[in-house]
Design a protein around this ligand. Structure first.
Ligand SMILES: NC(=O)c1ccc[n+]([C@@H]2O[C@H](COP(=O)([O-])OP(=O)(O)OC[C@H]3O[C@@H](n4cnc5c(N)ncnc54)[C@H](O)[C@@H]3O)[C@@H](O)[C@H]2O)c1
Length: 298
């Protein structure tokens, strides 16, 4: 999108270059010892954190940020084999960051296995400190054509799956009396109906996730467990890139729907994950952190 023709106040320069395209070059953040203790409340050293949906996409990007902050991360995903990028992060965790990234194949709809795996993780680590529940699915179908089977699958993965993952992790936090922090990945689509993106069950599921977090926060605050949501705007992940191949006009159209005139990259949610999992957000619970370039603000 070309920058809009606006009168800038004297002394302000217009933005340089094409602002519609987000930066694409992944740059490794500075984890030099000098910076490590700059804000100690952001440290996740020795914390044990589960991340569902971390075989790829947003979950994996956030898992890498948690590892950089010092956490031991256990990825849970239904994929038989995680992505190639996962193995890069796993190698970096051990070789460069002095911690570990583990993989467990679990479908979050299988509550029995989910509980077994999460119990085994805490048996092994002797603690459980956090969760990012990023496993989720998306389906674009007009409301008049949506089958009950598809609607149920959407809610089973995005709502019940997230709920049961949080419950399994909370049980271990209570068992080890560690307290902890749980982050559920919702979406701006839990707050607004997306213009030109027809996904009624998905949006309903994300609204449910935002509400679920408030109720879990209310019930589990007594155990020192905080529960919050992150509501991202459009993120350029593989899923969205595939949509752009199918609907090329969206690449131009979607950036116009927010105040920054561009889409986001997964790495723009790294800081939020570390903030919410760490003591930096120690008095925050029952909240939704909406990070959508202002999409839902106008
Ligand atoms: N991409 C976006 O624009 C966007 C925007 C807002 C919110 N989100 C949310 O962010 C989260 C991550 O999305 P993404 O874009 O990285 O998608 P993605 O499809 O790349 O990643 C989702 C991961 O969840 C896993 N998963 C799906 N169903 C599962 C199940 N039943 N059990 C276990 N694992 C399962 C998948 O295997 C995959 O690895 C989702 O909750 C999504 O709704 C995405």
């Amino acid at each position: 999108m070309a920058p809009r023709d606006v009168q800038l106040p004297t002394g302000l320069k217009p933005p340089q270059g094409d602002q519609s395209n987000p930066p694409t070059e992944e740059k490794a953040p500075d984890v030099s010892p000098v910076n490590k203790h700059l804000l100690p409340e952001f440290s996740l050293a020795n914390k044990v954190i589960c991340v569902s949906g971390a075989a790829r996409g947003l979950g994996l990007t956030q898992a890498e940020a948690l590892l950089e902050a010092g956490a031991i991360v256990h990825a849970l995903d239904r994929l038989e084999e995680p992505s190639a990028e996962f193995f890069r992060v796993q190698k970096r965790a051990e070789g460069e960051l002095g911690t570990k990234l583990h993989y467990h194949r679990v479908d979050v709809r299988d509550t029995e296995l989910l509980n077994k795996v999460i119990e085994e993780i805490s048996d092994h680590e002797h603690r459980m400190d956090g969760l990012v529940a990023a496993a989720g699915i998306q389906q674009e179908t007009p409301a008049l054509e949506y089958s009950s089977k598809d609607a149920n699958t959407m809610l089973e993965v995005n709502v019940t799956g997230v709920f049961m993952t949080a419950q399994a992790v909370a049980k271990q936090m209570i068992r080890y009396n560690t307290g902890g922090s749980i982050v559920l990945i919702a979406s701006m689509s839990g707050t607004i109906a997306n213009r030109g993106l027809i996904c009624p069950a998905y949006n309903a599921s994300k609204a449910a996730v935002i509400q679920l977090a408030r109720n879990l926060a209310a019930e589990w605050g007594q155990y020192g467990i905080r529960v919050n949501t992150i509501s991202p705007g459009y993120i350029v992940t593989d899923m969205v890139e595939n949509l752009f191949i199918q609907f090329p006009e969206r690449r131009e159209e979607w950036p116009r729907h927010n105040m920054l005139g561009r889409l986001s990259m997964p790495r723009e949610y790294r800081g939020a994950a570390v903030f919410l999992l760490s003591d930096a957000s120690s008095f925050m619970t029952g909240s939704d952190l909406r990070m959508d370039g202002g999409h839902a603000a106008w």
